[in-house]
Design a protein around this ligand. Sequence first.
Ligand SMILES: [Zn+2]
Length: 329
Amino acid sequence: MLSNSGNPSQTAAPPEVRTCRLDQGIVAIDTDYMRPLLDASHLIIENGRAAFVDTGVNDSVPLLLAALRQQDLDVADVDYVFVTHVHLDHAGGAGLLMQHLPHASAVLHPRAAPHMLDPQKLIRGTQAVYGEQQFYELYGEIVPIAEDRVIVVEDEQRFTLAGRELHCLFTEGHARHHYCLSDPQSAGVFTGDSFGISYREFDTAAGEFIYPTTTPVQFDPPEAHKAIDRIMAQQPGQLYLTHYSRVGDLPRLADDLHRRIDDFVDIARRHEHDDDRTAAMQRSMFSYFEKHLTAHGVTSDQSGLHAMLDIDIGLNTMGLEYWLEHGRQ
Ligand SMILES: [Zn+2]
């Protein structure tokens, strides 16, 4: 980090942003949430106009703005901020980002919009998961979005970005306020958390490794299966996941996801009445990952796997326990 003490003419260095330019005007931006290559925002660029899909957290905003500059775009060139759902690794920076984008509208699911207009309930809910202190370290102050800058979207609503058609698909299962954004031009869908998590560090000769995210408090297994089927019904050639970016080989990944939703539900059921249920479910899930990642050709040792997976194992376990207690029909 450069110091600019004693030199008033020196300005702060622009933040270093890690981007990956995909085809069809799509750029993956690393929001730098928690660790590199964990949380992506995507920029769709068409004829000088742009849209973000998911925003990372407040600390990500300077990176997103740097990514715009890197692509020779101005803040006034952004028409839309699509927020797939209001879990804060996707939406935490949306309000702050909107303050920088004079012409953009935030596109929100009808169940998500109230939480971005008035984030107090969202903040309390997230603090219940992370605790108050960690909440502020991870997310800071959540900035509301003014009502006149919000488009409350309907299922299958279409948008055009400089003539490029994009449309929303409501997908429950991960959260009831989730939508995906279909982009026929790239034969792609921006899936938020509805098509699971696939970290690039787990890519091997066998391809990509994928698993579901069962984050609290609205995990719903039948709906999670339906969401995968709805995404695949678009006949996509590629998907853009928030965690982390582009995946192909979709029929295999869809099968893996379907099976792993059932496997995670089985883990929850198996340990439902254990005295140390949380720890037992976490151990089972870690063993599950270790077995399947090893079979996939990942060579990390146990501590490497813990470093990669413990956050997700904690959240998945919490979401499965919530489902056992509240969500199961
Ligand atoms: Zn989520």
